[in-house]
Design a protein around this ligand. Structure first.
Ligand SMILES: C[S@@+](CC[C@H](N)C(=O)[O-])C[C@H]1O[C@@H](n2cnc3c(N)ncnc32)[C@H](O)[C@@H]1O
Length: 314
């Protein structure tokens, strides 16, 4: 990745030449290692089509997939090109069934996309899993279009292998929201709590998520990966759909968000990523997570609504 000039308060995680060798040595490559018995808590630097057959079936409790969307995108020199819908669907189906084989019979899978590729994603999901929901994440970033609506959302499809036997922990993903019109019963707050900082209620999260920012330069999780997902977003998926000690698998790891959040939340992880620089960034973030387990917007076991950092950091 090119060296950039950065502002003083810029906290973007970058790789120093001197640390690259150490980080590179932590990667699993399919030329040097028998992956079969050495994939837990590791980053595999390979094409997923080459790596998947070397991983055991049914090893993952939770799979999070953030594939290239049907857009032109430069992933550190390797360009993914936009294509017609049928070709994109063919691309999806060249790996999706194999990825699903890695899911336990009780496992859950989430797959991200934008409005343009979402119908192909839905068809892929329905061909292998029982689809239980589609989460919409209100995503505030990107340039406005001159003759179209600016895109401000992404979808996250949620599917399971067995709709009668899967894990979901709603208590772990409750949201702390300000109460606008506090209701009392016999003079006591009903379903909300009074505090010095205001009135709050713990609410069950819906499938519309408007409390998560895209990582940006002043956030400690930020890297130069062009499509890095927020840690807070993956924390919701991991807390709801896995137990401590479970295995989280991401076949398009990018800068490592799924592995890093899994580590911060006491889960095992495994990630595949084609680009060596991104793999090293993932390893650097995993190293930082040894001592810093903070996830912005999540503390005291609850997710706080946007712009309440001053309160939960007290
Ligand atoms: C949308 S990004 C994932 C970003 C990630 N969720 C994060 O938070 O950083 C997709 C990633 O898949 C990688 N990729 C594309 N084709 C791949 C392949 N065939 N095998 C493995 N990785 C691949 C790209 O290099 C890119 O980093």
């Amino acid at each position: 990745m090119e060296e950039k000039k950065r502002a003083e308060r810029n906290r973007t995680i970058t790789l120093r030449e001197t640390e690259k060798e150490i980080l590179r040595n932590r990667l699993v490559t399919i030329n040097t290692t028998e992956i079969h018995d050495d994939f837990l808590d590791r980053t595999i630097n390979a094409d997923l089509l080459a790596a998947l057959p070397l991983l055991p079936d049914g090893f993952a409790d939770l799979i999070i997939i953030d594939p290239p969307y049907n857009l032109r995108k430069n992933f550190n020199g390797k360009v993914f090109s936009a294509r017609d819908e049928a070709s994109y669907e063919e691309y999806l189906m060249s790996w999706f069934p194999q990825v699903c084989q890695k899911l336990k019979p009780t496992g859950s899978l989430y797959m991200c996309g934008d409005w343009k590729c979402t119908s192909a994603l839905q068809r892929a999901m329905e061909s292998e899993l029982s689809v239980l929901n589609r989460i919409t994440w209100q995503r505030e970033k990107g340039r406005g279009a001159k003759a179209n609506w600016k895109n401000g959302m992404e979808d996250i499809w949620f599917g399971v292998k067995d709709p009668d036997n899967y894990y979901f922990d709603i208590e772990a993903v409750k949201q702390k929201r300000r109460v606008i019109a506090p209701y009392r019963e016999n003079g006591k707050p009903k379903d909300w709590e009074e505090s010095e900082d205001g009135n709050f209620r713990l609410t069950c999260p819906s499938n519309f998520w408007d409390d998560i920012s895209v990582p940006f330069w002043s956030m400690p999780e930020n890297t130069d990966h062009p499509t890095q997902k927020p840690e807070k977003l993956y924390a919701k998926l991991i807390l709801a759909s896995s137990r401590p000690g479970d295995v989280v698998f991401d076949p398009f790891l990018g800068s490592g968000t799924a592995s890093v959040v899994a580590k911060k939340l006491g889960r095992h992880w495994c990630g595949i990523e084609l680009n060596e620089e991104y793999c090293m960034l993932a390893e650097k973030r995993l190293e930082l997570a040894e001592t810093d387990k903070e996830i912005q917007g999540y503390s005291d076991g609850v997710f706080w609504e946007r712009n309440s950092a001053a309160l939960y950091k007290k």
